[in-house]
Design a protein around this ligand. Structure first.
Ligand code: GAR
Length: 190
């Protein structure tokens, strides 16, 4: 089985990154993580790179003149990896159109809501406040707008009357960990 090189971009905890690392360890999974990029040098997820012997790069936007220079540096550093897919996994910056155009149809993101509902933050709180009966998570192609772009995979999660923001977050996150590797597999096999 060919293992195509993928990049994973994170900003924090890295639990989705962990689910992708686990999936990649299976022989039948068509991808391997070649590079992990973090825009936050203190991201907990970056430790997973070291534990799993995966190349990692961490850059702080505040060390650059502007976002353009920051992205140029990322592009320069990831270029040698020849990535077939870039997976945003809790990466909390919006990529510019210039960056996205360098990877046409190859950048995806996971978001903890049934998009197009609840873009941005506090998705679970908003779903509960609105008394929704279902929430869920979405893997979608990335464009230059926040949590926007064509949907690849979506999974619904039932909201129970006693769910809190935390219990719902937990239930949705479990599904995120399943659908993200599934979506990656689907796209790599295309
Ligand atoms: C995940 O719930 C992911 O869906 C969300 O950030 C969390 C990252 O957790 N992403 C977004 O909200 C994107 N708009 P993780 O670092 O444990 O994977």
């Amino acid at each position: 089985m060919t293992k195509y090189p993928i990049g994973v971009f994170i900003s924090g905890r890295g639990s989705n990154l962990k689910s992708i690392i686990n999936a990649c360890s299976e022989l039948s999974f068509p991808g391997k993580i070649s590079i992990i990029f973090s825009d936050n040098p203190d991201a907990k997820g970056i430790e997973l790179a070291y534990e799993n012997n995966i190349d990692a790069i961490s850059l702080d936007v505040n060390d650059f003149k502007d976002k353009n220079d920051f992205e140029e540096e990322i592009l320069k550093l990831i270029e040698p990896y020849n990535l077939k897919l870039v997976c945003l996994a809790g990466y909390m910056k919006i990529l510019s159109k210039r960056f996205i155009d360098k990877f046409p149809g190859k950048i995806i993101n996971i978001h903890p809501s049934l998009l197009p509902k609840y873009k941005g933050l506090d998705t679970h709180r908003r779903a509960i406040e609105n008394k929704d009966s279902v929430s869920g998570c979405t893997v979608h192609y990335v464009n230059e707008n926040l949590d926007d772009g064509e949907i690849v995979v979506q999974k619904e999660v039932k909201i129970d009357s006693n769910d809190t923001e935390l219990t719902l977050a937990d239930k949705v996150l479990k599904e995120e960990h399943l659908i993200y590797p599934e979506a990656i597999k689907l796209l790599l096999k295309k």
